[in-house]
Design a protein around this ligand. Sequence first.
Ligand SMILES: [Zn+2]
Length: 298
Amino acid sequence: MIQFSPARLPKWLTWLAIFTALSACTLKNFSNLRADDLHEDDLRLYVLDCGYIDMRGFAQFEELYGVPETAVAIPGQANPCFLITNNGQSLLWESGLPDATPREPTPSALGVKFEMPNKLKAQMEALSFPPANLDYFAISHLHFDHIGNSPYFKHVKTLLQRAEWTAANRSGEKNIGYDDKATGEFKEYEKLILLDGDHDVFGDGLVTLISTPGHTEGHQVLVIKLREYGPVILSGDAIHFAEELEHHILPTFNASAEQSEATVKTLLELETALGGELWIQHDPVQHQKRKIAPEYYR
Ligand SMILES: [Zn+2]
């Protein structure tokens, strides 16, 4: 089960800890304290609106998702992106549907409707983090609904699992969801960094990519240790809907059922160990409860 029990320290306790730490400094050390040290609580998580995918006209919904359409609260997926700022540096997690997607729900050939009422670039600019100013870009996996606006970030250090890159570029048998053209565009990335496992993004242990294969061969999730709200795990597509957990089922199109099951177990254990929340990104019910930018979690 999902447990929502973020560890929150009372504010006075935080200040007491800071005061105690400062008191322990010698006068010389105190005079060397840099402005950055005084802003070390500046880890923020912004939820951005990166489109919606309405499955109600999708004939293969039950076959692909492994849950009856009627068992899902709202058979439409939210498709958020997340901006994380940390001590003057920034990371964008996922890039959503392309900004060129119509603002109104528009049916595709398969009967799925796509809409992008708010554009990613405009949302980033409104937060004073235009794509040009971004430091890091990371993606859970290379399926189309997670890389739609990636061309904005060709100049940015892009963090992707090597196994994902290999799988997406494999010729012949391709997993559903990969798009040759979109994947091919990543070859033009100036700073594509291929990872072989977990990775501490800023080097301070606060924001970590965790290798979680199963949905795809090189899928990864992101853990953010927010100071006030508590730790948050961003699921990517390791889980699509809360109902997948409820019914103990997995989508039939995952790359490996065995690895998917192991990953779900790992995520639930991690949620408990961290005392945090597992955010299922595509889940429409969870998404509706979240604060959307310019509000943020810290
Ligand atoms: Zn997805």
